[in-house]
Design a protein. Structure first.
Length: 717
């Protein structure tokens, strides 16, 4: 292939994910705090250690480095620019240039200053003034730093920003900031999405114009996230976007995504039964905010002072089968001999009989067995949050349960306040105005679906419980249920039915605690979810469709079409075949379960071919591609090998791919997720939680990437 530019391999990172928190919030800092996500803290301290990471990239053979500018640092107040922050980024970019690297600079990387979010009465990026705010920021960056910038990315993954305004019926929360008020209907959600999409196109186009006014030769583009789908399915999905002729048609699509047509109710309406919130369980039910935090512990005799979780202890340890601790025990005690018991009482009895030396579970379960020579030792790690489960599609019920939980917490200040979930800088929103009161004067939660109507018609709330745990749920001598969980159930009944006595308790054991919230309709869930994702505008690559002039003007204004100097794309996951189970796996990435996402390398060449056909003559850059520690049978090293092979095939066929950038140079703070193998994309590993020195450690994938770069360079003419 005759390429105008030498092909470049590079690496990438992002300001919020790697720069240490400096005490000044961006919109993501607030989002992570109020949603109870993991704050970035020191992150990788790239702000101070960028020279080290640039040197690592250069040693790999990289000739491009992507970074993003912190808008919140550069413009701490409206139209007030920080000379100090600009000087810092000048030094960073100069360091990259000195290392022989082209610089790829992202202006808005999934976060923005709080004053931008507060603009327009809290409208933020929906505000009519947002495109001009981005353009002013872009102009300032181009004027001050443009002599050191080779490529601009105006908006990172613009097609993902819509998920701050609309959520699927299976999601308990909005995946991205800023989120919506709690009672936003599907129509209201899509109304905001239809404000956002043209606003993003305008923001990009005006930013490009202002950059090129300051730097006429500047190359400006974006990097929509592209999913790998079978070509026939991709064409079908794209028609959902290209055939839309009016906002009303788009709003009708929203119901498929945010509202389940069939209620999947089961034996109980809600289950408050010491259910630990996990990503796997979120695949089969909606969950409330957590109401209690348990901690993993070991029950043992005082004379046993061995280091629990030391990875080398070879004793005998008991655990209750078919529980979350049973799935975790291998990570805490890989060398131990594990014995499984039907319940915690049997495990404690085995401990007293010296059949095991310890029992592994949470403190809630084990506390009742302490004393008489046994004690608890808490293990390091994150707490286990207990939450209330209910059927998918029960959005009205979820809102009522969360509201009742918050009221309950406010009346019981001693109760563990696990999370305080709010939305960020929204327009004024009063519940009293949004839903009427009942005859008693209590405000009623609005009916977004049939879940509350069904309970009110029945006149009783059916609640699954798990009795036998002191303090949480027990039965007294008269058969009445007592403890925190029954008290919460009564508070929910009071909110929904106006009478806390209108509760029918249903004792549940084991997996019944989850399954009792669902009916046989749950079998249709994966099909329903796939249809919701890929049967709407939002399941398409609407950004590139707009740039190619294939969208109606109400989505992509005519003056924004074609405003690209190169075509960027991010590709991670794909499925080669259409069947609900496969598409359901593809949604794992949208739910931040990256280790569960499906890997399809061949899709990358298909996407590059399609991109070249849609934008003839435009150079193409793979701005992000990478993998967590392992996914779908691929180690990160094997993943890189497979995908880079597809890029090389495309280039051999004449596709004008100019660069490939691996995400990411080091382990990063991945958008509020706990740091583990599911969130670590780093070529160089950093133990973010436990290493105060934040040492960069080479991995198999960094060695593989260096080899692939060297082999490619040797082949180059």
């Amino acid at each position: 292939a005759n390429m105008a530019q030498p092909f470049r391999f590079g690496v990438a990172t992002a300001d919020h994910q790697c720069e240490a928190y400096d005490g000044r919030d961006d919109v993501r800092d607030v989002w992570e705090r109020v949603r109870g996500l993991v704050p970035r803290g020191r992150a990788t301290d790239f702000w101070n250690r960028y020279r080290e990471d640039v040197a690592l990239a250069a040693k790999l053979g990289c000739t491009a480095f992507r970074l993003s500018l912190s808008w919140a640092r550069l413009e701490p107040e409206p139209s007030t620019w920080s000379d100090e922050a600009f000087a810092h980024y000048h030094d960073v970019l100069q360091c990259m240039r000195d290392a022989g690297m082209a610089t790829v600079v992202t202006l808005v990387h999934n976060t923005w200053p709080l004053h931008v979010q507060a603009a327009g009465g809290g409208a933020g990026i929906l505000d009519d003034g947002f495109p001009d705010r981005v353009a002013r920021f872009a102009a300032e960056a181009a004027e001050r730093l443009g002599d050191l910038i080779d490529y601009y990315v105006t908006l990172n993954e613009p097609n993902q920003l819509v998920y701050g305004y609309i959520k699927g019926f299976w999601m308990r929360a909005y995946p991205m900031p800023p989120g919506q008020p709690p009672y936003a209907s599907s129509e209201q959600q899509m109304h905001d999405v239809l404000r956002l999409i043209p606003n993003l196109f305008r923001a990009h186009a005006r930013a490009r114009e202002s950059i090129q006014r300051a730097r006429p030769q500047a190359r400006v583009g974006t990097n929509p996230l592209v999913l790998g789908l079978p070509p026939w399915l991709q064409r079908l999905v794209d028609r959902n976007a290209t055939r839309l002729q009016s906002p009303e048609q788009a709003r009708r699509q929203a119901e498929r995504l945010s509202q389940s047509a069939i209620l999947e109710g089961g034996k109980v309406d809600i289950s408050i039964a010491q259910i630990t919130l996990t990503k796997t369980r979120e695949d089969s039910a909606l969950f409330s905010e957590p109401y209690y935090t348990a901690h993993l512990c070991v029950l043992h005799a005082p004379e046993h002072t061995f280091a629990f979780g030391s990875q080398t202890w070879q004793g005998r340890i008991g655990v209750v089968s078919d529980t979350l601790p049973a799935t975790l025990i291998g990570g805490y005690f890989p060398a131990a001999q594990v014995e499984y018991y039907p319940n915690a009482g049997a495990a404690a009895q085995a401990l007293r009989g010296n059949f095991v030396e310890a029992v592994f579970d949470d403190d809630v379960t084990l506390a009742q067995y302490t004393g008489n020579g046994l004690q608890l030792t808490q293990l390091p790690g994150h707490g286990q949050h207990f939450a209330i489960a209910m059927a998918f599609g029960s959005r009205s019920l979820l809102n009522a349960v969360d509201r009742a939980l918050r009221e309950f917490k406010s009346k019981h200040p001693g109760m563990p306040d696990v999370l305080n979930r709010k939305t960020i800088a929204q327009p004024a929103h009063t519940e009293a105005a949004s839903h009427p009161g009942d005859a008693s004067g209590r405000r009623r939660d609005p009916d977004l679906d049939q879940s509350l109507k069904r309970i009110r018609k029945r006149g009783v709330l059916r609640v699954g419980v798990h009795p036998g745990v002191a303090g949480l749920c027990e039965r007294d001598a008269h058969g009445a249920y007592t403890g925190l969980e029954p008290d919460i159930a009564r508070a929910i009944a009071l909110r929904i039915l106006g009478d806390e006595s209108k509760v029918q308790f249903v004792p549940l054991r084991g997996e019944q605690r989850m399954s009792a919230t669902r009916s046989w309709v749950q079998m249709l869930y994966t099909l329903r979810k796939s249809f919701a994702i890929f049967g709407t505008l939002l399941g398409t690559n609407w950004w590139n469709l707009g740039m190619a002039g294939e969208l109606a003007a109400f989505l992509c204004p005519a003056d924004c079409v074609g405003t690209l100097d190169y075509v960027g794309l991010d590709y991670y996951w794909g499925v080669p075949a259409f069947w609900p189970g496969q598409l359901h796996r593809l949604s794992a990435a949208a739910d931040f379960r990256y280790a569960n996402a499906p890997v399809w390398p061949s899709a990358l060449e298909l996407i590059l071919n399609d991109t070249a056909a849609r934008f003839p003559g435009k150079p193409i850059i793979v701005i992000e591609n990478g993998c967590v520690t392992s996914a779908d049978g691929f180690s990160r090293a094997k993943y890189l090998e497979a995908h880079i092979r597809e890029v090389q095939r495309a280039r051999e066929r004449g596709i004008p791919v100019e660069a490939y950038l691996c995400w990411s140079i080091t382990s990063n703070r991945e958008w509020g997720l706990h740091f583990d193998d599911n969130s670590d994309f780093g070529l160089f590993h950093i133990d973010l939680d436990n290493d105060p020195d934040l040492k960069r450690t080479p991995t198999e994938s960094s060695q593989t990437y260096a080899r692939l770069i060297a082999e490619s360079t040797a082949k180059a003419p």
